[in-house]
Design a protein around this ligand. Structure first.
Ligand code: SF4
Length: 141
């Protein structure tokens, strides 16, 4: 099995500590993080992914907005530089401890945050990053 993931959610996973839009969203997110922490690989997709699923039925769903597609494009480019692989063509990706550490360091340095511009969670994610990602749930093996 693999988890479908749109590129900018690789950023959001770094700062995830159990907060989100709805109860269903958080429950689903928690299950996905558990699977990643157990070593399950990612399948990179464009458009809505497994994290988006509970939001697709909500009136406030923004998962198909052009601004979110642009967020994916920006994230893919910057994350590719950090991981040394092209996310646009990679198809799949496995997270591990080193990759998560490298991404968190780049996040803290501001090197992969272009996609975060205008995001409603920006201040929270910045504070989490400054706090060393304390209590964040992603801990790939
Ligand atoms: S600021 Fe928004 S896009 Fe950036 S990591 Fe946080 S939730 Fe994701």
């Amino acid at each position: 099995m693999s988890i479908s993931l749109r590129p900018h959610h690789l950023l959001c996973l770094l700062t995830y500590l159990g907060k989100g839009y709805t109860v269903d969203f958080v429950r689903n997110y928690d299950r996905i993080v558990e699977r990643l922490n157990a070593g399950e690989p990612l399948r990179l997709v464009s458009g809505p992914d497994d994290i988006c699923q509970p939001m697709l039925k909500e009136e406030t769903c923004h998962c198909n907005n052009s601004s979110v597609v642009e967020r994916d494009r920006l994230a893919a480019a910057e994350i590719s530089d950090v991981l040394g692989c092209d996310l646009e063509t990679a198809g799949s990706l496995s997270l591990n401890r080193k990759r998560v550490r490298d991404l968190r360091e780049a996040f803290q340095a501001g090197a992969i945050r272009s996609a975060c511009a205008g995001c409603e969670w920006h201040l929270l994610c910045s504070a989490i990053s400054r706090d060393g990602f304390k209590d964040c749930r992603l801990a790939a093996p």
